[in-house]
Design a protein around this ligand. Structure first.
Ligand code: FE
Length: 129
């Protein structure tokens, strides 16, 4: 299968998920994970061009299996009976959730732009001794 996920540096490409969380955590203790897009270069959020969802996974350093943490969908992009981009409310393409881990590994985030497709990034995370 072709690799449909694109990657790049989030500082120069507005579609790359930016994962913000501690680099080292205590085993079994919950911590916040914040994921956003367009931190350096804003991504549009209009009826015609927007981010539909972000998904999060955790892949332990040992083994090949990734575990899904959540799917976060963004449903309001200015759609309205008055017409596109005339709506009264917009959802931002960012999310904060809480997880705990019991092994070191990496957090993987994927995102989907309705025009520019699938993007992903990852961040390593270690357990405090
Ligand atoms: Fe886009």
């Amino acid at each position: 299968m072709a690799d449909i996920f694109q990657t790049a540096d989030w500082k120069t490409e507005k579609h790359v998920p930016v994962i913000e969380c501690p680099e080292t955590v205590v085993s079994g203790v919950f911590f916040d994970v914040h994921v956003s897009l367009g931190k350096e270069i804003g991504h549009p959020n209009t009826s015609e061009h927007h981010i539909r969802w972000i998904q999060l996974y955790f892949k332990p350093a040992k083994g090949k299996i990734a575990y899904q943490l959540g799917t976060f969908t963004f449903e309001a992009h200015g759609e309205s009976a008055k017409g596109p981009d005339m709506g009264p409310v917009y959802t931002d393409h960012s999310v904060t959730t809480r997880i705990n881990i019991r092994e070191p590994g990496e957090i993987i985030a994927s995102a989907f732009c309705n025009i520019h497709g699938f993007w992903e990034s990852s961040k390593p995370i270690t357990i405090e001794n």
